[in-house]
Design a protein around this ligand. Structure first.
Ligand code: SAM
Length: 220
């Protein structure tokens, strides 16, 4: 049964300390505190994935706070430069050299961390490659446009075990007068027959993976 990953706290990696005064802490201390509070509620010692890694700064905190047995990091990095403009939601996404250097930076930073698995690619495709119910929780922080979040949520519903958590960032992110992430989250809940209400700490949302979600989004 996949349901017991998080309870089994044996065989954890050694303690890992986040460098003091990290960029995330310095740039936006309030937001950082909220993200840490969200992390404190995630399963410990489990299998998790971060969709959208950028320079891996938040991955450090996932490791430090939740001590996962496996952390799957997914980001296309420089593969984004070949995608249509609409998919490039940040000006740096079209800068091949910059995105490639971030991929290299993340690879070097976690080279000695066997529990960290790096996947350069697009979230839905990479997640599809995992067995169903493999993950205890996931953090969705990739492309924030509605269609992408909708797809990330639907695939995550199959890949996270019942009793696990689908969490994510930027619930109130706005583009062209729409809150894409919020819209996608509300529809995801509604389609599963659940109330249009989500637990959140600031922009950090947390959806418990209940039976209705597993049933609604089951493959086929
Ligand atoms: C907001 S940043 C992630 C920040 C990171 N989670 C942190 O907190 O430090 C968004 C990331 O999503 C990545 N991204 C864009 N489209 C994606 C997709 N389809 N699948 C996975 N990641 C994607 C971008 O390359 C970028 O690194």
């Amino acid at each position: 049964m996949a349901g017991s990953h998080a309870e089994d706290l044996t065989d954890l990696p050694p303690p890992y300390r986040v460098p003091e005064g990290s960029e995330l802490e310095l740039k936006a201390p309030n937001r950082h505190q909220k993200r840490l509070r969200m992390l404190a509620q995630m399963p410990r010692g489990g299998r998790c994935a971060e969709i959208g890694v950028w320079n891996g700064a938040f991955s450090d905190y996932i490791l430090e706070v939740t001590r996962p047995r496996e952390l799957i990091l997914i980001d296309p990095w420089d593969l984004l430069s070949d995608r249509p403009d609409g998919e490039q939601t940040h000006k740096k996404h079209s800068d091949d050299a910059f995105m490639g250097s971030m991929r290299d930076h993340v690879a070097a930073k976690f080279a000695e961390r066997p529990e960290v698995k790096l996947h350069q690619g697009f979230s839905a495709e990479v997640l599809e490659g995992l067995p169903d119910d493999h993950l205890d929780w996931i953090y969705i922080d990739g492309n924030h446009l509605y269609d992408f979040v909708k797809q990330d949520l639907a695939v995550a519903a199959r890949k996270v075990r019942q009793g696990g958590v689908i969490a994510g960032d930027d619930l109130f992110w706005k583009r062209d007068g729409r809150m894409h992430v919020r819209e996608a989250v509300m529809e995801f809940l509604e389609e599963a027959g659940l109330e249009r209400k989500v637990d959140h700490i600031g922009q950090q949302f947390m959806i418990p993976v209940v039976a209705e979600i597993k049933k609604t989004y089951a493959a086929g």
